[in-house]
Design a protein around this ligand. Structure first.
Ligand SMILES: O=c1nc[nH]c2c1ncn2[C@H]1C[C@H](O)[C@@H](COP(=O)(O)OP(=O)(O)OP(=O)(O)O)O1
Ligand SMILES: [Mg+2]
Length: 197
């Protein structure tokens, strides 16, 4: 089976990708699979594209393999695009999903439903030795709920209501999430590369 290294330490992303890649017959490895702990990569970029490039190219250069990186986050209109590229670290460097969710809800207190529009954004970067890095972006439109709902998924899923749905992203099954997510739409654009491998 073909293997692809994903430059992430996020278990929730790995879970999404395992399901998304299953139809291509590609087995994925992540930075969580290495015996020795892989050093954290500093995400110093100001855009999802820059951070995806930093993660993909750093890991590609280290292991000399094709590498996929995912930089993603939640963009809330009423917060001028926050948390954006700071999504993982919104409530502090320890990257606590619950604290991040709480901070978004607190900042949106009193904001009416019609003004709670938001989107998930995912930029995927594929870095390969001696080749230009490729990028693909996917988005998922929705709104921020008043209270968290659901146990599935990760990150901001419990407070995100995808447009046209009555259930939060965390109330959808993995298969349902992966039919409409930002990560799925970014993956779709990689299809040609994935099927030619
Ligand atoms: O489908 C999603 N459902 C809910 N939340 C999500 C999703 N996709 C990204 N997010 C949130 C989680 C984290 O707060 C941030 C990603 O930050 P981001 O730097 O790309 O990932 P990370 O630091 O957790 O792992 P890594 O850099 O090792 O891939 O956006
Ligand atoms: Mg990160």
């Amino acid at each position: 089976m073909k293997k692809l290294l994903i430059a992430t330490k996020n278990k929730g992303k790995v879970n999404d990708f395992n399901q998304l890649f299953s139809k291509y017959g590609i087995e994925i490895l992540s930075l969580l699979d290495f015996k020795e702990e892989v050093e954290d990569i500093e995400e110093t970029g100001t855009t999802f594209f820059e951070n995806a490039r930093i993660k993909a190219e750093t890991v590609m250069k280290k292991y000399h393999l094709p590498v996929l990186a995912d930089d993603s986050g939640l963009v809330v209109d009423a917060l001028n695009g926050e948390p954006g590229v700071f999504s993982a670290r919104y409530a502090g460097e320890e990257k606590n999903d619950l604290a991040n969710v709480h901070k978004v809800l607190q900042r949106l207190q009193g904001v009416p439903k019609k003004d709670r529009t938001a989107r998930f954004v995912c930029v995927l970067a594929v870095a390969q030795p001696n080749q230009p890095t490729m990028y693909n972006k996917g988005t998922c439109e929705g709104e921020i709920l008043e209270v968290p709902r659901g146990e599935n998924g990760f990150g901001y899923d419990p407070i995100f209501l995808p447009r046209g749905f009555k259930r939060s992203m965390a109330e959808l099954s993995l298969v349902e999430k992966n039919e409409i997510s930002h990560r799925k739409f970014a993956m779709d654009q990689l299809e040609q590369w994935l099927t030619s491998k």
